[in-house]
Design a protein around this ligand. Structure first.
Ligand code: NAP
Ligand code: HSE
Length: 319
């Protein structure tokens, strides 16, 4: 692999995990040029302060590949448009941006010949995007159902196992870096819907979607205890399925028997069951949020895109 310089936008929970993973010797051909942050004075253990800047253009215009880990729609969108228009590959974990402007960003990428990696945008460390795009490319997906928000699952587990109330459990999820900067996106179901939109678009293509969303923001201990008395647990479940004339997307909390596979999914873990016409049911379980699992998914995209650049350079040299 030839030397690839990464322009890193954001150095928070995931960005710091990414920088730390990159320190391994085997990733030496990948180096970080500059890192965009808002606050140059913030404590960032293990991060070389000399790389930090508040100038986004400086980061984007002086790298081979952009990794976007700032979140949100407006600034992140503007930066990725600039990177893609200049032909730079980008990697993002930003499902809010993809749900909002994904089609436009992919259209810019097609025009300029750049690529977009977004494995980390859904289910953190679980390679569910690759599974749908590559592993299941020969099958026809009928439905996807899963726990796709780590914060909600963490809150429900803490309420269930430790008797925590909702606010205390949410605070713990925030302290551990699982929640979005605006945690209402997590607990309202919006984040899970964004992720299901991304999976549904990959699995079913662009189709009219009928949507129903309910979060966990109005749950209380009483509901958890009543479920327990019926030997059940509450899980926040998102689903997508084909219907005649479109796709149905649902995000809702469900009372599931303790024997259900989702009942064993605890803390920030996620689980996704994909049903393919030929392959039947495939189940993926793993860490759906958090610094290192998410950073590992980001890095897997970077490695793949850097490898493709290398192949393109080799091909160009041969012709
Ligand atoms: P975070 O901890 O809030 O970090 C965001 C970083 O971006 C911070 O370093 C912040 O700078 C910087 N930033 C934000 N807005 C900026 C702006 N307008 N200009 C310059 N810098 C800006 O967020 P995170 O948890 O790492 O999440 C990053 C992205 O990954 C989000 O899209 C999120 O949805 C996604 N994601 C997160 C997880 C997770 O478990 N946390 C999992 C999967 C996907 P300062 O540090 O100076 O404030
Ligand atoms: N806030 C998100 C979650 C991060 O809790 O699932 C991972 O996308």
């Amino acid at each position: 692999m030839r030397e690839v310089t990464i322009g890193l936008l954001g150095c928070g929970t995931v960005g710091q995990g990414f920088v730390n993973l990159l320190k391994q010797d085997r990733f030496r051909p990948l180096s970080i040029g500059r890192i965009l942050v808002r606050d140059l004075c913030k404590e960032r253990p293990g991060i070389d302060r000399a790389l930090l800047t508040t100038n986004a253009i400086e980061v984007i215009d002086n790298c081979d590949l952009v990794v976007e880990l700032i979140g949100g729609v407006h600034s992140a969108g503007a930066y990725l448009r600039r990177a893609l228009r200049s032909g730079r590959d980008v990697v993002t974990a930003n499902k809010a941006l993809l749900a909002d402007s994904g089609r436009e960003l992919f259209a810019i990428a097609r025009t300029s010949g750049a690529r977009v990696g977004f494995e980390a945008s859904v289910c953190g460390g679980i390679p569910v995007i690759r599974a749908i795009e590559h592993g299941l490319a020969g099958d026809s997906i009928e439905s996807i159902i899963g726990i796709v928000n780590g914060t909600c699952n963490y809150i429900l587990t803490r309420m269930e196992e430790n008797g925590a109330d909702f606010d205390a459990a949410l605070r713990l999820a925030q302290e551990r870096g699982f929640a979005e900067a605006d945690a209402t996106l997590d607990v309202s179901g919006a984040d899970a819907l964004q992720k299901m939109r991304i999976l549904a678009e990959l699995a079913f293509g662009a189709a009219h979607a009928r949507v129903r969303v309910h979060g966990i923001d109005d749950i209380d201990r009483e509901e958890i205890e009543q479920a327990r008395s019926r030997r059940c647990v509450i899980r926040h479940v998102a689903s997508a399925r084909r219907l005649p004339g479109g796709v149905e997307l649902r995000v809702e909390r469900r009372e599931l028997p303790e024997s259900h596979p989702f009942a064993a999914v605890r803390d920030e873990n996620n689980a996704v069951i994909i049903r393919g016409r030929a392959v039947g049911e495939l189940t993926f379980v793993g860490k759906g949020a958090g610094s290192l699992p998410t950073a590992a998914a980001v890095l897997s995209d970077v490695i793949e895109l850097a490898g493709r650049r290398r192949a393109a350079v080799l091909r160009a040299n041969l012709t």
